[in-house]
Ligand binder design. Structure first.
Ligand code: 5RP
Length: 223
């Protein structure tokens, strides 16, 4: 799988051109893209980037990529990120790494949103991968109760026996819907629960998916 991730990442960075402002995703596939971008920067490419997590920020700094933030600009040319699941309409589940909130904000400000995956991420119907829902710590138990009422089999994400805390200081509740037949509707419904900050359904956002499959690359543009 790691070779598939690498080949997708390599193909994606080919879209990065001189002077662009680039959104940097989070996760192992995005990390390959950051590393390949670092190579290009050291070979003379001038770009500026906004990372979607503290982890990606640290990696990009180590690669020598010039970073900026939304105090200076709100229009990203191209955002490159991974996904946990993607369907044939290019709807996705993201947030396995817990960075979904910043990822969605950065993606929403991008002119073009490129998703890079290995072949295990392509699914017919979203939902086998637990859907992350980011909630503020106050009253997370109330949100969990609402999610139970939606048959989500919700579980608070833990790390070292403690609640996992996102870069924005929130908690994550992972939801096993098993099969999500109306992802756009569910994305909206979840965000209407008081205490929910954002959820990991990204519908109607991806412009192009690049998938590594064996030693091939498969690409699909949004219709
Ligand atoms: C992190 C994400 C990642 O993009 C997603 O989890 C995919 O990760 P990987 O490339 O390691 O499989 O949404 O919040």
């Amino acid at each position: 799988m790691s070779l598939e991730k690498q080949s997708a990442a390599r193909a994606a960075v080919e879209e990065v051109k001189e002077g662009m402002l680039v959104g940097l995703g989070t996760g192992s596939t995005a990390a390959y893209a950051i590393s390949f971008l670092g190579e290009k920067v050291r070979n003379g490419l001038n770009i500026t980037a906004i990372p979607t997590s503290e982890a990606s920020k640290q990696q990009a700094e180590a690669e020598g990529i010039l970073l900026t933030d939304f105090e200076h600009t709100i229009r990203i040319d191209l955002c490159i990120d991974g996904a946990d699941e993607i369907d044939s309409e290019l709807n996705m589940i993201k947030g396995g790494g817990g960075a979904l909130l910043r990822e969605k904000i950065v993606a929403a400000s991008a002119k073009r949103y490129l998703i890079i995956i290995d072949s295990s991420k392509q699914v017919e119907t979203l939902g086998a991968f637990p859907l992350p829902v980011e909630v503020i710590p106050f009253g997370w138990q109330v949100v969990l109760g609402k999610l139970e009422g939606m048959n989500a089999r919700p579980e608070l994400r833990k790390s070292g026996g403690q609640p996992f805390v996102t870069d924005e200081g929130n908690y994550i509740i992972d939801c096993s819907f098993k099969s999500i037949l109306e992802p756009a509707q569910l994305e909206t419904d979840l965000n209407r629960i008081p205490g929910v900050v954002e959820n990991g359904l990204f519908t109607g956002m991806c412009d192009r998916m690049i998938m590594g499959m064996g030693d091939q690359i498969f690409s699909k543009e949004r219709r």
